[in-house]
Design a protein around this ligand. Structure first.
Ligand SMILES: Cc1cc2nc3c(=O)[nH]c(=O)nc-3n(C[C@H](O)[C@H](O)[C@H](O)COP(=O)(O)OP(=O)(O)OC[C@H]3O[C@@H](n4cnc5c(N)ncnc54)[C@H](O)[C@@H]3O)c2cc1C
Length: 403
């Protein structure tokens, strides 16, 4: 029977531990926080979007985007849901493919994994940070506050740097780098954007439905649509998270918002001009009345360099076109992100060409495995990152058990 040390009790580590134990290995999980699954418990705004039925290798990014394919094919979303069902978790799929626990509570996912690990005899070592890993002849030495513990195989599942408040750390990269592995540059994704738009501050707290696009010069890099939240530093909300990877992929990107998706620029120009005729006494600051949120309307007017105190009657066709253009392409030059503390996922990680995608075993150190966000693989927004944690974790657990 192989002994397996799993470093990190997050989504990938718990899945790996469970798989290895179910195949007969003696498994210990080392978790530096006071309990396992802390980040998992806050995912999906506390609901845990645990997978997406549309997940396929195309939903993933990294230096070698094909690396994720074997694990995802072996442990697909359907297979993952069947596995969770066997652990007693009921789930529900939304029309866009996002899957949540039926209880609508992320804690349910943590609970079924924790109880299944306990039932399978996994030894959980909470508040136990691993400081070093060392190969000693046939076994691995795991250094932790309890002293030096040995194991036949080690699975490193320490996650990435994103979500610092819930356990995101660079410790996993350091453990593997000390063993000769390398990592690509790290940055944040699925994160709020800091933007240089003087109007942002006065829009703080407002939510709007918009089509969001990212441009670099004239080149469209990405688009999404849905809820956008204005903040004092820039933009947040699900639609912004979705395009954040591309918005941060290079310097000089600009996010544009179409705040009135259901009307064309031409139609909007006509509506504004009709308003100028029908209610000439109205202040220009209220010209967008009934179309966008009032505060947004006022910021659009001031962004166009117009005096809101003037009457709507002063509106010319040229200025109406300018206002309509602004509402359809409200620009937010991107100047950064809100950092690892607020990000949901890390772009970059340990180089995947140093691991075998069929087993997740290191090509440099036999008996060493890695899985989850620690590796240079990141997924789109919508359950894809947890699916990668489940698939890669199970594959690592299966391989480390030696079956
Ligand atoms: C707020 C938030 C919401 C999210 N929502 C979703 C969502 O709804 N759907 C989705 O698909 N993805 C979501 N994600 C992303 C997803 O949670 C991660 O991609 C996923 O948890 C990665 O799993 P992991 O096991 O690789 O890492 P983690 O879950 O981060 O687990 C790694 C664990 O290793 C431990 N650790 C690190 N170093 C050591 C060490 N040296 N010794 C011992 N223990 C160590 C850490 O404490 C941590 O518990 C969200 C992320 C955040 C931050």
């Amino acid at each position: 029977m192989n002994s397996v040390a799993v470093i990190g009790g997050g989504a990938a580590g718990m899945m790996a531990a469970l798989e290895a134990a179910s195949r007969g290995a003696a498994v210990s999980v080392f978790e530096r926080q006071s309990r396992v699954g802390r980040k998992l418990a806050v995912t999906g705004n506390g609901r845990c979007n645990l997978t997406n039925l549309n997940a396929s290798p195309r939903s993933y990014h990294g230096t070698d985007s094909d690396f994720a394919a074997p694990a995802l094919c072996r442990f697909s979303p359907a297979e993952t849901l069947a596995h969770f069902r066997s652990l007693g978790l009921l789930t529900v799929a939304e029309p866009d493919g996002r899957v949540y626990p039926l209880s609508d509570t992320a804690g349910s996912v943590v609970d079924v994994l924790r109880f299944a690990m306990e039932a399978a005899g996994v030894c959980l070592k909470d508040s136990c940070e691993v400081s070093a890993l060392k190969r000693m002849d046939a076994v691995w030495r795991v250094d932790c506050p309890e002293g030096a513990i040995t194991a036949d195989r080690v699975i490193v599942a320490c996650g990435g740097m994103a979500g610092e408040r819930f356990g995101g750390t660079k410790k996993g990269y350091e453990l593997l780098e000390a063993l000769g592995h390398h990592r690509t540059p790290l940055r944040c994704s699925l994160v709020q954007l800091r933007c240089d738009n003087p109007g942002s501050r006065s829009l703080k707290g407002i939510r709007a439905d918009a089509e969001v696009k990212v441009f670099c010069g004239a080149k469209l890099l990405a688009s999404s649509s849905g809820e956008v939240q204005f903040t004092d530093y820039g933009l947040s909300g699900p639609a912004v998270f979705e395009i954040s990877r591309e918005a941060l992929s290079r310097g000089g990107t600009v996010v544009t918002l179409d705040l009135l998706r259901s009307v064309t620029e031409e139609e909007l120009t006509g509506m504004l001009l009709r308003r100028a005729k029908s209610t000439p006494q109205l202040a220009l600051s209220d010209v967008f009345l009934g179309t966008v949120q009032n505060r947004i309307g006022r910021v659009l007017v001031s962004s166009a360099g117009l005096r809101g105190t003037e009457s709507v009657a002063s509106l010319t066709e040229k200025t109406a076109r300018r206002l309509a253009g602004l509402a359809k392409h409200f620009e937010f030059p991107v100047i950064g992100d809100m950092g690892a503390a607020n990000a949901q996922v890390t772009v970059g990680g340990i180089r995947t060409n140093e691991f075998d995608p069929e087993t997740m075993e290191s090509r440099l150190c036999p008996g060493l495995y890695a899985c989850g966000e620690l590796l240079d693989v990141d997924g789109d927004c919508g359950g894809y990152n947890l699916q990668w944690a489940w698939s890669s974790g199970r594959l690592a657990g299966m391989s480390a058990a030696g079956v």
